[in-house]
Every structure is written in C-alpha cells, then in structure tokens.
Ligand binder design. Structure first.
Ligand code: COA
Length: 283
C-alpha cells in the first residue's frame, strides 16, 4: 500500500513497543525503512521484539527499558535515542495501563496508577521528545487513545479519564507546537485483540467476546496490520497537513451505539414490508 521507503531515515520512538499493538506498529515502521527506539519496562520483552523485528525488516533498533511514569528515565531514554540516531522524527505514545472494575471499588492508588501511566507517562514522553524535535526539524507525535476518550465508558473510568486527557493534549499541542514543525495527531482504535488487553479487559466465559464483536457493524475485530498502516500514514511526510486530528478506526462501533435508531437493524424484513403496505393503503 506504501512505497517501501516511506519512513526511510526517520527515527521513531514507540512506547510499549515490545508487545501487542506497539510491536505490530513498530514492525510496520521498520518495514517502511524507519529506525526504531523501543521502550517498555522489561528488557527481555524488548530484546525479543527487537530480534523479531530486525529479522523481518533489517531495521536498526535501540531498546531502552523505561518506566514512562518517571520523567528522569524518559529523559535518559530520549538522550540515548538522540545519541544513537542524531535526532527524533516521531513519537508513538502507545504504552498504556488498564483494567476493568466497578468504579466504587477502586482505591485512590488504582485510579492514580492508570492516570500516571497513561496521562503522566504520555506527557513525560511528549515533553522530552518534543524538546528534541524542537531542536531539530520538528517531527510527529502520534497518540493512541480510544473511542471512549470521547464517549466515556463505565468500568474503565481511570482509563477513560486519562485517555480523555491525552486527547486534550493532542489538540492543545497541535496548535502550540505547530510553530516548531511538530504535528500532533491521535488514533482512536476500537477492538483490536492483543493478549494483554484481552486478559485484562475481556472476562472469560459470559460470551463477552462474541457480544463485543456483535457491537461492530462490520462484524469483526480489527487487524493489527490495518492499525499499523494508518499509523504509518500519520507518521509520514505525506500526511503533512494532518494536525490535531483524531482518526477513529473501529469498524463503526461507537457510532452504532450512538445512533438513536440503529437498533432498528433488529427489525425483521417482514415488519418493514408491513409498514410499507400500511402506508400505501392510507394513500
Ligand atoms: N481492579 C482493581 N484495582 C486494581 C486492579 C484491578 N483489576 N489491578 C490493579 N489494581 C490496583 C491495585 O490494587 C493497586 O491499588 P492498591 O495499592 O490500592 O491496592 C493499584 O491498582 C496499582 O496496582 P499495581 O499492580 O501495584 O500497579 P503496577 O504499576 O504494578 O501495574 C497495572 C499497573 C495494574 C496497570 C498493570 O496491569 C500493568 O502493568 N499493565 C500494563 C499493561 C496494560 O495494562 N496495558 C493495557 C492493556 S489494555
């Protein structure tokens, strides 16, 4: 879908790049010629991902174990990236933390932990990478949010609050940092299965996975490749006029929940025909 050197000579930091969607997006960036800086908390996870991505793409990869909640660690990670590659062209804020819980059962620390990872962590990375981008030719900040960043959602309130904050950060910096040549955008993915997310968010039994799929008008979950291609486009110079945008990729899921009459899809054809007949009789 893209020319093979779309991201050549670009250095992109991917937080949470050792597994799940972060690894899939890193893989695609690598295929398209980017140098990669992978961060997550565990070195062994990063090593495995780096090996796999390098084997498949030949990309140059730096791994830096980092807890994004700590600004000092984030600053060191960005310095190492600049030392190795010269400058930073892209930051993918993908790392997150989440779990499901009735809100009345949450401790203050539970709430704070998710805010720290998602909102403070994204801020730390954005500020450190943004300063480096400001010193060079600018760059792209791409934030992975979620559709419930704008709809809200029960049972994931800390995550909804944090992702809502990241969305506000996206739109704020799109304006404030445009003068440094930094574009800031977000992707709001719907359900894209990963081991980590499914373990935390999809309770076993109860047929929840099937119900989740039925909520999607396209009747399927997203493919990692689909998200990775969108992220690549938004990272590339070819999307140079996209700034402050949040692109939803969810198979139509959230709109289905929002549209007042969408439940009419359950109305049988016979009922539609009976209504049409009744209308004709009146004429
Ligand atoms: N329900 C309610 N509270 C929970 C919880 C759950 N499922 N999981 C953790 N908590 C609470 C803990 O009890 C603790 O609060 P307390 O000190 O008042 O008891 C607080 O949250 C912090 O938990 P802890 O396990 O110490 O934090 P951590 O920093 O080690 O881990 C998590 C952070 C909980 C987000 C962990 O799941 C994680 O590391 N996730 C990273 C990957 C991820 O979540 N990706 C997103 C996939 S969708």
């Amino acid at each position: 879908m893209f020319k093979s050197d779309l991201l050549k000579n670009k250095t992109i930091i991917i937080t949470g790049g050792g597994s799940g969607l972060g690894k899939s997006m890193a893989m695609r960036f690598g295929e398209l010629g980017a140098n990669l800086v992978l961060t997550s908390r565990r070195q062994e996870v990063l090593d495995g991902a780096a090996q796999e991505i390098n084997d498949k793409t030949g990309a140059e990869i730096l791994t830096v174990p980092t807890d994004i909640r700590h600004s000092v660690q984030v600053g060191e990670m960005v310095n190492k990236a600049v030392d190795k590659f010269g400058n930073i062209d892209g930051l993918l804020n993908n790392a997150a933390g989440n779990f499901i819980s009735p809100t009345e059962n949450l401790s203050e620390n539970a709430f704070r932990t998710i805010i720290d990872i998602v909102l403070v962590g994204t801020f730390n990375c954005t500020q450190a990478a943004g300063k480096a981008m400001k010193e060079s030719d600018g760059g792209v900040i791409l934030n992975i949010v979620t559709t419930y960043a704008f709809t809200g959602s029960g049972y994931v309130v800390p995550s909804a609050c944090a992702k809502g904050g990241v969305l506000a950060m996206t739109r704020s910096l799109a304006v404030e940092w445009a003068k440094y040549g930094i574009r800031t955008n977000a992707i709001a993915p719907g359900p894209f299965p990963t081991k980590g997310a499914w373990k935390r968010l999809v309770p076993p039994g109860l047929n929840i996975e099937k119900k989740m799929m039925e909520r999607v008008p396209l009747k399927r979950f997203g493919e990692h490749e689909e998200l990775a291609n969108l992220a690549s486009y938004l990272m590339a110079d070819e999307s140079g006029y996209m700034n402050g945008e949040v692109v939803t990729m969810d198979g139509g899921e959230w709109l289905k929940g929002a549209g007042q009459f969408n439940a009419l899809e359950k109305m049988p054809n016979l009922a539609w025909k009976a209504m049409a007949l009744a209308r004709r009789k009146k004429k």
